[in-house]
Design a protein around this ligand. Structure first.
Ligand code: TMP
Ligand code: ASP
Length: 236
């Protein structure tokens, strides 16, 4: 497998073509942004940590029956994945009120939700990733009803698997964001990343934040939090 030209650069990752048209290389950056790119910074070591944490969790999910784009880790910050067209939605899964949900509905952060909440946002930076519902998604043709049924089923399964796994490591999974892709054959697979950038992880005992909220909210100890997650998941 040979790495070829850069296809895309996002806020946290770059994507490169390979000599196989069905495969691309994802390269994780240390750059961090928040609030739709308004706040910018660097988190030293983040790219390598997010690469390893994502791959670890993707392997776990594959083993539990959730199809993913993961193929193999290439090195510290690069991974080979299946080439997919990204469904232009951020799927947010929430167990505990926090962040924008707390703000929108006036719920204290940390309040347990009586059932899991799924939200969808249309991926469009210029529009600020507006929240949409299944009627908007169908009307705009971003995904079919069948694809959305599958996306919802996979998202809830990811929540079950990860919540149980992280609980044993003393981590509470508050909420997280997923993205899905469609393969050339039309299969829906989990794509993008699952990392402290895209999840809220709280220490079960102390409720200390071990995720990107430390960067978003200037809480300090950002690098330490990312390292702590790597250590709890991978023992280093
Ligand atoms: P929110 O409370 O700001 O809506 O975020 C919910 C979850 O989604 C949280 O775990 C952080 C994650 N997230 C992203 O990964 N990317 C984003 O652009 C946003 C807004 C949230
Ligand atoms: N990464 C997103 C941005 O730069 C938002 C976030 O994670 O808070 O806007």
């Amino acid at each position: 497998m040979e790495k070829r030209e850069q296809l895309y650069e996002g806020k946290a990752k770059k994507v490169f073509a390979t000599d196989d048209s069905g495969l691309v290389v994802v390269s994780y950056k240390d750059d961090a942004t928040a609030f739709n790119g308004l706040k910018k910074g660097t988190i030293a070591g983040k790219g390598a940590i997010n690469n390893r944490v994502t791959n670890h969790l993707m392997r776990l999910l594959e083993a539990q029956g959730v199809p993913t784009h993961f193929v193999r880790e290439l090195n510290g910050r690069e991974t080979l994945v299946r080439r997919v067209s990204i469904v232009p939605l951020e799927v947010i899964v929430r167990n505990i009120a926090a962040g924008s949900l707390s703000k929108r509905l006036g719920l204290p952060e940390g309040a347990k939700l009586s059932q899991t909440v799924l939200e969808f946002c249309y991926k469009d930076d210029a529009l600020g990733d507006p929240m949409v519902n299944r009627y908007h998604i169908a009307a705009m043709g971003w995904a079919t009803q069948e694809e959305m049924d599958l996306i919802c089923r996979y998202s809830l399964k990811v929540n079950q698997v990860l919540s149980a796994y992280l609980k044993d490591l003393g981590i509470e999974l508050i909420d997280f964001k997923l993205e899905f892709g469609k393969t050339a054959e039309g299969a829906i697979v989990l794509a993008d990343e699952i990392s402290p950038d895209t999840c809220r992880f709280w220490d079960s005992a102390t409720h200390e934040k071990l995720d990107k909220d430390r960067f978003r909210r200037d809480l300090g100890g950002v690098e330490d939090a990312y390292h702590e997650i790597l250590k709890r998941l991978m023992g280093e």
